[in-house]
Write a protein that binds this ligand. Structure first.
Ligand SMILES: Nc1ncnc2c1ncn2[C@@H]1O[C@H](COP(=O)(O)OP(=O)(O)OP(=O)(O)O)[C@@H](O)[C@H]1O
Length: 209
């Protein structure tokens, strides 16, 4: 369970969030919609531990009874997926995946695990190519795979389908939903698209300015 309590985020004189509360049970999705600039990405930055110092923040982020708000990003075990693929362009897809695997998995096992996951996602033939040679859908799937390989305990999805055309958007969305159902993590999705929120199920929060 990811529990947000009294989250307040202030930018100079503007209060983006005041005592925002939400509970996201394991395996469920909270979708957040709202006008551009209302603070959706900033909320995710706060939840991931990467919010800029410009913002004044308070509130509790509680994951399975552990308080995260004072932990740095690398200690939060958060999986983040953005609109832009953040795959390293100079590394092969396999190397990109190996990069995400926790250091507790060592040596040959790292490549084996990455290859196994690529096969599971029907992408084994892309192991040794660069991300630039992937289609939009393949890039989206490898980006998600990389996020999942980092063994996150909660997921933050910031417009992950925003760059995809309509048909591909639906395909990738179904793929992401299937993964969320499998891994059973609390997930927050920020989207501009009502269809995304509807497809995810769960709770929808509509923000205003
Ligand atoms: N690093 C920053 N420093 C100062 N202000 C920022 C910073 N990042 C964002 N902002 C401001 O914070 C406000 C909220 O921005 P944010 O990106 O969270 O909105 P959003 O709801 O995600 O918008 P969009 O839907 O367009 O992505 C905006 O006024 C934005 O200009």
């Amino acid at each position: 369970m990811l529990k947000l309590t009294d989250i307040t985020i202030q930018l100079h004189e503007t209060c983006l969030f005041k005592n925002f509360n939400a509970s996201i049970p394991t395996g469920e999705v909270l979708s957040i919609m709202g006008p551009s600039g209302c603070g959706k990405s900033t909320l995710l930055d706060f939840l991931s531990g990467s919010i800029a110092d410009t913002f004044k923040t308070s509130g509790q982020i509680n994951l399975n009874n552990k308080e995260l708000s004072h932990l740095p990003i690398e200690k939060r075990h958060v999986g983040i997926l953005y609109q832009e693929s953040l795959l390293f362009p100079h590394l092969s897809n396999l190397e990109n995946l190996m990069f995400a695997i926790p250091e507790t998995i060592k040596g040959k096992q790292r490549a084996e695990l990455a290859l196994e996951k690529l096969s599971e996602f029907n992408l084994a033939d892309k192991a040794h190519t660069l991300p630039a040679y992937l289609s939009g859908g393949q890039k989206a799937r490898i980006s998600l795979l990389r996020t999942l390989l980092s063994e996150p305990k909660y997921l933050l999805l910031d417009e992950p389908f925003g760059k995809l055309d309509k048909a591909l958007r639906q395909e990738v969305r179904e793929f992401v939903i299937a993964q969320i159902e499998t891994i059973k993590l609390p997930t927050i999705l920020v989207t501009h698209d009502q269809d995304d929120a509807d497809a995810m199920g769960g709770t929808l929060v509509q923000l205003t300015r």
